[in-house]
Design a protein around this ligand. Structure first.
Ligand code: ATP
Ligand code: MG
Length: 468
């Protein structure tokens, strides 16, 4: 109840003259440089007080309980028996029955069980030999919807499962790079030189044609010459996870958004959307890894377009709110117009040259609800689900206190030590990300299987032709 004496809310009685006196002079560009310099000093200060990651992330160890519960399908008693019987296997550290193992240990133990354990048990996840990695882009035009969290957790789940994972950070904010403990000095350690190289190769081709026709070559600058010497392997770094590597990002990667259209203006025939995918294929990165995860910025810029074009599977996280639903609908609309206009332009040119037409194709696309609060959002989520239909997973990733809250050294559920959490919080938090992985793993395995059938059918058709 108002007593009649409550003070007015703070936005009444503001005196414009006083407000003007409190203002500093108008801001010029140089002021930003000063703000940045102060921030850099503050950053140093915070780092000295122990607030910043030290750049030497270490992955925690995994307990016997955790291994038998989540990682290798064996009973603890049997697990201990096997360790006793094979003293050369990693024995873990710690007192009593619960030993703690590094992930390298876990991977070795899994190999042992895969070779010697009970037949018919899935010690190692399925992966068809000889087929390329599955590339998964996590994208949404909307910011803060859980792209990076989803991609990071998927990378870690896949790694715990025993897959070899590459994470590509295409967001110049570099959040994924921090999560993976990466160090990126400048744009030359990001995806930028791979895009530059793709353009440089296209430009070389063009110049050969021009030379043959007696035309002057298009200019070839230092950036392009240097980019030609770089391969994807040069920019990929290991992480504190033994089976996750990183192609990192840093603020300068944003430069690509300005540079790519300039290159395209210069050479209209350059298929700029294929640059990243070409690099991953030509440098045989798709043969070195099982799963490649692309984290994208909250924009449909050239980096995101490259990620989408390189992807087999597209995941679109969104929260169950009106604004995120609305914005995600627009994102699909933008995807349609962007890729349809690329197809139209390309195919017009291809028809003129008598070449076969091209079209973009994805193995699977799934919107996924993130940060879901069943008590508040079930209605909205059901409606969203009805509209997206099979474009959406039926599974919803719950909001959990375990994400975002962990310290700088630890990111997300898989890096956190379960002993530091209330058991229910841990089990529920872990389950929601385990199920996210299960949904995506099902898509990966299903599409690999489909590829394998197609490959075998093609090979059979080829043999028939050879026979006939
Ligand atoms: N399941 C979850 N439970 C609780 N918090 C979450 C969950 N998923 C994400 N978050 C939090 O939501 C915020 C945004 O998540 P995230 O950074 O993954 O989004 P993003 O889409 O990558 O953002 P950006 O568009 O800036 O790249 C972060 O603070 C993150 O910790
Ligand atoms: Mg992000």
């Amino acid at each position: 109840m108002s007593s009649g004496k409550d003070p007015l809310p703070p936005y009444f009685s503001i005196d414009p003259a006083k407000a003007a006196r409190r203002l500093a002079d108008p801001i010029d560009t140089a002021r930003f440089a000063r703000a940045a310099a102060f921030a850099a000093r503050g950053r140093q200060d915070l780092a000295e007080r122990g607030y910043a990651p030290d750049g030497n992330k270490r992955l925690r160890r995994f307990s016997t309980w955790e291994i038998c519960r989540y990682l290798i399908p064996v009973a603890p008693a049997h697990f201990r028996r096997v360790l006793r019987r094979f003293p050369d296997l990693p024995q873990g550290v710690g007192e009593g029955n619960s030993k703690w193992f590094t992930l390298e240990d876990v991977l070795r133990l899994r190999d042992h069980f895969a070779a010697e354990g009970a037949a018919g048990r899935e010690y190692r996840p399925w992966r068809p030999e000889g087929l390329p990695a599955k590339t998964i882009a996590v994208a949404n035009f909307k910011g803060g919807v859980g792209k990076t969290s989803t991609a990071a957790h998927l990378a870690m789940s896949a790694a715990l499962d025993g897959y070899k994972v590459l994470v590509v950070d295409l967001d110049s904010q570099g959040s994924m790079t921090s999560i993976m403990g990466g160090t990126v000095a400048d744009e030359w350690s990001t995806a930028f030189p791979l895009l530059a190289k793709d353009y440089a190769l296209a430009l070389q081709d063009e110049n050969r044609v021009r030379e043959a026709a007696g035309q002057p070559p298009l200019p070839f600058d230092e950036t392009l010459t240097e980019a030609l010497t770089i391969t994807a392997r040069d920019v990929i770094q290991p992480t504190h996870w033994p089976n996750i590597d990183l192609l990192g990002a840093q603020l300068n990667l944003y430069w690509a958004e300005f540079q790519v259209p300039v290159w395209r203006m210069n050479l209209r025939g350059w298929p700029l959307w294929d640059a990243l995918g070409n690099a991953l294929r030509n440098d045989r990165i798709v043969n070195d890894y099982d799963i490649i995860l692309l984290d994208t910025p909250p924009a449909l810029g050239y980096l995101t377009i490259n990620a989408l074009a390189a992807a087999d599977i597209l995941l679109v996280p969104l929260g169950a709110s009106f604004l995120e639903f609305d914005s995600t609908g627009r994102f699909f609309d933008m995807l349609y117009s962007t890729f349809a206009s690329v197809e139209d332009g390309e195919n017009a040119a291809r028809r003129r040259e008598g070449l076969p037409e091209m079209r973009f194709e994805w193995d699977a696309v799934r919107a996924i609800i993130t940060r879901f609060d069943a008590a508040q959002q079930t209605d909205l989520a059901n409606v969203i689900q009805a509209y997206f239909g099979d474009f959406m997973t039926t599974f919803r990733q719950d909001v959990t206190a375990m994400v975002g809250q962990a310290g700088e050294q630890v990111n997300g559920i898989y890096e956190a030590d379960y002993r530091e959490f209330n058991r229910d919080t841990y089990v529920r938090g872990r389950e929601t990300f385990d199920r996210t992985w299960a949904e995506v793993k099902e898509l990966i395995l299903g599409t690999w299987w489909r590829d394998l059938q197609m490959e075998q059918a093609e090979r059979a058709a080829g043999t028939e032709q050879a026979d006939g």
